[in-house]
Design a binder for this molecule. Sequence first.
Ligand code: GUN
Length: 280
Amino acid sequence: MTARLIDGKAVAADLRRAIAARVATLGYRPGLRVVRVGEDPASGVYVRNKDKAAQEAGFDSATLHLPEATTEAELLAVVARLNADPAVDGILVQLPLPRHIRAEAVISAVAPEKDVDGFHPLNAGRLASGEPGLVPCTPKGVMHLLRAAGCSLPGARALVVGRSTIVGRPMAQLLLAADCTVTIAHSRTRDLAAECRRAEILVAAVGRPEMVRGDWVAEGATVIDVGINRLESGRLVGDVEFEAACRRAEAITPVPGGVGPMTIACLLENTLDAAIARRG
Ligand code: GUN
């Protein structure tokens, strides 16, 4: 079997077009502010891409780039100002933050109704309790991809490899909300290969190049690879051994061009939802 490729670029482009069409009917431009602190080079690329995508979809988007030496108190003051600004519907503080700033303190300071990352503990709690709220963008994007791929979710055995608060945990909650039978595997899981071999849906989000071996993938599984790792050779690979996994999976996301483009599209979706919830 050679797996069908799940084209994240195409699904994300469709979603972005649909969002832009809805924005055009609103009569106002949803406001997004992305806050970047310091000079982490990868963050620079991510933040530029988010800002550009937001502007293309008709949002009022701007990046606030603060110096590396910004104190936690100064960053909290910026967040408080954005919380109070009626033109701002969505606030995203790009991670990682410099080491002298506590990320949890900053995440908890963002007004939950403007928390378009879905990282605030209130939104995480809403997701865990099955209440409506803002949901982290990457796992939300994975759910779009599973549906676009025609994957049947109710009752399916889903394995999430990774338990981060940004991806693994909310991913498991979303799959559970979609009636999957969910297992979360992590660094202390005793027999990861056996867990993978049982999974009809396998979501890999560990950030370790090709850690999920191709022969761990069940015949006919749907594989979603959230990882994006740069090898010393410069080549980008996911968390799954792609070529070998393609021989067993029914459908799989490529890296790049799978989950990555969905994260930005879902940030726009969250910002639009936040704007409509606040302003109608
Ligand atoms: N850094 C890497 N991914 C993310 C993300 O989804 N949101 C934020 N705020 N920072 C990130």
